[in-house]
Design a protein around this ligand. Sequence first.
Ligand SMILES: Cc1ncc(COP(=O)(O)O)c(C=O)c1O
Length: 470
Amino acid sequence: MTPNEFRSFGHTLIDWIADYRAGIRDRRVWSDSQPNAILVQLPSTAPLDPDSPQALMHDLERLILPNISNWQHPMFYGYFPANSGLEAVLGDLVSSGLGQLGLNWAASPALTELEERMLEWIQAISSIPSQMKGVIQDTASTATMVALISARERSTDYALARGGLQGEAQAQMIYFSSQCHSSVEKGGLLAGFGKDNLRIVPVDKNFDLIPSELERMIQGDIALGKKPCAIVATVGGTTTTACDPLPEIAGLAKEYGLWLHVDAAMAGSAMILPEKQNLFAGLEGADSLCLNPHKWLGATFDCSLYYVADPEHLVRVMSTNPSYLQTSTDGQVKQYRDWGIPLGRRMRALKLWFLLRLEGVTKLQARLRRDLENAAWLEQEIKSTHNWQVLNPVRLQTLCIRHEPNGLEGADLDKHTLAWVNQINASGNAYLTPAILDGRWMVRVSIGALETTLEDVQCLWALMQEAVGL
Ligand SMILES: Cc1ncc(COP(=O)(O)O)c(C=O)c1O
């Protein structure tokens, strides 16, 4: 494709994306595609000769659009807001257009330095402790795994330079609550700890980790000759917005010499609101922190920020320095390849730059506050309506709810819950995620898509009331 052909087709595509966003309300929220429906319509081999842009557009309309779930739909209340602000979309387009690959500073000086500055911007507006230094990772899952590898290496005094974990006499232990995201267990397993060495700490009635239980487990492991290595605390747990008590946990981490990683993947966006920063009190005692602006903030997947208290340790663990990557500026500049797992790095900071510059912090804060108010409105409605329950403390914008008709319990109640939520989801008018909490199905309502208004939330509430009248 020549630059001029790109210009022409690119304009068409930008119009197409703009039309998609402008008309998204008219689409169903969640896909009702059947398995393999798309696959059977795609040729099994690549074309030998070029196809026309028109043919491609036709297939985008015919094959792709009807077979996607519309995460940007204002009636999307599933999982978490995976907001893709159009400013960020343009930043991402620039990243692809410039085709940068940050193997080292010299390979793209602007990639490195823009990233450094964006991390500082977010750090300042979010009151992230100033001694921490950040890097952009792809996802929170990667960030957690990097944190656990770093913890492992600190605890074993760099066993990677010897026999690795396999050469260690003592088992290294990790602690996290039952409300942690599944990526924490996965990160622990992939970092080599082994399932037997992952400890699930009990939670209280608010679903927050209980520090006294954590301490009891740490002491128990020490008594057994094991080595407590890391704690992963969550601020804003995926299911219930659990917020583990960081000050107490940080105290224990310090006392027993454990690494403390704070997973604030979803809730971290709320750190731009001064009135919500109390949720993150105690962060100064953490060794690492992760937050995902590609969730509620709107920075377009993937953009996960990882901050560490000791960047030198991170670099020592992650560093590679083959001759072909060495340059005359080494020593004066950051080499972000040494701050994570991949060598090649995209220019992800561009989408954050576009979002922050073209929206401004004040507007971003106003949008998040709108979502908090909408969640508070729904909470009030549900709590004051007979037979409806809110099961979690609504700390941000996610409600865990259940409709509990008199006399319905156990498996029958589960059946009722799944029936009404599945009816809403199948209608295409809204999307909610059912999940199990304390052994029973409930429904999560995660408010905060870019275009979700109070009227939309009111509409959802009407849909829910209608659905339970089944
Ligand atoms: C608290 C928490 N941690 C981690 C993750 C995983 O995020 P990612 O998709 O960036 O790996 C999520 C996603 O839902 C989350 O809510």
